[in-house]
Design a protein around this ligand. Sequence first.
Ligand code: NAI
Ligand code: MG
Length: 491
Amino acid sequence: MATATETAPVSRPQIRRTQLLIDGRWCDSVSGETFATYHPATEEKIADVAQANAEDVDRAVKAARRAFDEGPWHDMDARDRGALMLKLADLIEQNAEELAALETLDNGKPISDAKAADVPLVIDCLRYYAGWADKIKGDTVPIRGNYFCYTRREPLGVVGQIIPWNFPALMVAWKWGPALAAGCTIVMKPAEQTPLSCLRMADLALEAGIPPGVINVVPGYGETGAALVAHPDVDKIAFTGSTEVGQIIMRDAAQTLKRVTLELGGKSPNVVFADCDMDAAVAGAEFGLFFNQGQCCCAGSRVFVEDSIHQEFVERLVDRAKGRQLGDPFSPATGQGPQVDKDQFEKIMNYIERGKEAGADCKTGGGRWGEKGFFVEPTVFDNVSDDMDIATDEIFGPVMSVLPFSEFDEVVERSNKTLYGLAAAVWTRDVAKAHRLAAQVKAGTVWVNCYDVFDAAAPFGGFKMSGIGRELGEASLSNYTELKTVTMSLD
Ligand code: NAI
Ligand code: MG
């Protein structure tokens, strides 16, 4: 039952023009150039966004460097840093409704998801990492001889953070949380499709009292990101996005031997055994793929279903796909909004055509929804074979591939037959089978009888071409620290 506040209409933020944040000041780009951001449900322009070029990136990096080397951030007690992060989380909580509306406006995701998932996860993530700020510590090390040896975990320095458009605000929190806790300073480039929530969060960071230069925001396209990767005074790049761009970043970062962490694409197997709780598995398969319009790096896009339940499972899945409510993402009843932009829409429609041509069985969907906006019908392909493009490539849309299987070893092998290794899920009542699969599948996250369960404390990241390093949890702190060994003679 929805409460009154959940069903009340959410007002659409009015923003016409935005600026860059450099050294605690909002400013236009050096070139004066801007780019437009659009509401994907109506294709209408929302705002002109100041576009940072290499010179702006350089100004931002210099500000971040000053803040790191000389600014108040450098001398601040770790506990006080944590307190500022808590203040930021509180301010976001006070402005939760507005931030959720910005996500819906810029990305097109349903307001109900933005309010129930994205924004609460943002707040939780910042609070979690605020708690780490004063708990990052080294060891004393017993070495041979008469020495006192210890390690220190020092902040890495100036970090460049490049994020995608699928969870715009949440990706800000995943990146800022551990970096701020570790004592780093930040130059962030939000995705060109969705810069608005990041800019608003940066505003709240200033209001919280996070000192000038600690967080800088430089919106722009890929070349703005590339300027950050090339900059000699950036110590580290943290990137989330496509595997293709991840490869470019890793190659370009070699020039200055920057530290790099990459959270990239996936083609995650969702394995359904005949002994599962069928209601839960059907609901989990729907949620695991269609959530966020299928625009999740960990989307359960390959649904392996055991032969004996295959037919019933697909029928029930198709019913659920047909029942999904598409429409205005600002309507509280909407369960599926538009894809983020025309490029993504066209990429998805192209994959649907290729699936049909390859002979996969399109059980439902397969077309555009409506006349305006980048909506794609929830689509289920059955009897997909492993070598079809729709089974191998990340589609990043509401397109599910169902692949029947018969044996445990077979499904493990087929699950792992991919370049990716981000996530996997298994549905079974057999505990031993669940653990066996969890151990054998090559993926950074395995969900058993659930899907998309995220927590700021639980590490997340990819095997193989799904990335390098882990976000969230204690693990992410090592992305933002250098380990120093100090050895002192006691003679
Ligand atoms: P993308 O990887 O091009 O964009 C992600 C971020 O990287 C954006 O901020 C973009 O401006 C920046 N970027 C692009 N080229 C760059 C370069 N050469 N150097 C530095 N930064 C650069 O992703 P895009 O084009 O938006 O989507 C393409 C596909 O990538 C999607 O269809 C999906 O398959 C995948 N993707 C995966 C995501 C994930 O969460 N793992 C998120 C977004 C996209
Ligand atoms: Mg791109």
